[in-house]
Design a protein around this ligand. Structure first.
Ligand code: APR
Length: 238
């Protein structure tokens, strides 16, 4: 059977880069109301507030940098593929730290902070600066319809047509820095387990769905992920 590694990352992998997680004690959703800021209804009610929230996060991301865990996953991708394995990195994060570290086979299932989308024609464009309700779409010219290219609560995650087939053939699966509370990502460990994969959880503490993990390692991602990536390389070379 061809070795096939699927990795799911969440906010915890970017915590040591200075980006806040969502559900830890001082998490983003302890300070802000996701109903107002991360739903289509919230955007319809108060687009200025929603733009302000994501503009601040975009500015924070400009100043952030990847750390040892992001780098370890990029190197693991190269090594794992060179040894003949299939590799897919799925992130719930809207930051671009995996790309900056060198990851290539990557799906942003919750969208990307450095992209904007026109709510009228659907065109996705790069977005490195603040968005506002006055912005016009560069493709269709409509004003006032630009939104962050992120998946809000109640919207359909991206890339599922690629993610679920990869989970069905996975031989190895790891969830890194995610609380496992948001679906459908919360179901990935179970899907991989049903497919016969060995499963790992790397996080600060146990998330939901712990019984689907064969191995757990709780600690900062900058320490656990490079260590785990070395064991994965030992495994595929054996
Ligand atoms: N190293 C490893 N894990 C960490 C670290 C760290 N330094 N710091 C925190 N964690 C862990 C926490 O223990 C927690 O289990 O990361 C996890 C973060 O969980 P959440 O804040 O719930 O983030 P996530 O699982 O990515 O959230 C999923 O919810 O609102 C949304 O769309 C948003 O993509 C996000 C989704």
């Amino acid at each position: 059977m061809k070795p096939s590694l699927v990795i799911l990352t969440g906010a915890g992998i970017s915590a040591e880069s200075g980006l806040g997680t969502f559900r830890d004690a001082d998490g983003v959703w302890s300070k802000f109301d996701w109903r107002q800021l991360a739903t289509p209804e919230g955007f319809a009610n108060d687009p200025v507030a929603v733009h302000g929230f994501y503009n601040a996060r975009r500015q924070g991301l400009v100043a952030a940098a990847p750390h040892a865990a992001h780098t370890a996953l990029a190197e693991l991708e190269t090594g794992w593929r060179a040894s003949g394995g299939d590799f897919l990195l799925v992130t719930q994060n809207i930051d671009d730290l995996h790309e900056r570290a060198g990851s290539r086979a990557l799906i942003h299932m919750h969208g990307e902070l450095f992209k904007a989308r026109c709510g009228a024609c659907g065109t996705v464009t790069d977005c490195r600066t603040d968005l506002s309700i006055a912005d016009a779409c560069t493709a269709c010219g409509r004003e006032g319809r630009m939104r962050p290219h992120v998946v809000w609560f109640g919207e359909i995650p991206l890339g599922m047509e690629e993610i679920f087939p990869a989970l069905e053939t996975a031989t190895h699966f790891a969830a890194i820095g995610t609380s496992g509370t948001v679906w459908p990502a919360a179901g990935f460990a179970e899907a991989a387990k049903i497919a016969g994969a060995r499963t790992w959880e790397l996080s600060l503490e146990a998330g939901e769905g712990g019984h689907f993990f064969d191995v757990t390692d709780y600690g900062p991602a900058s320490e656990t992920v490079p260590r785990w990536a070395r064991t994965m390389m030992d495994e595929i070379r054996a």
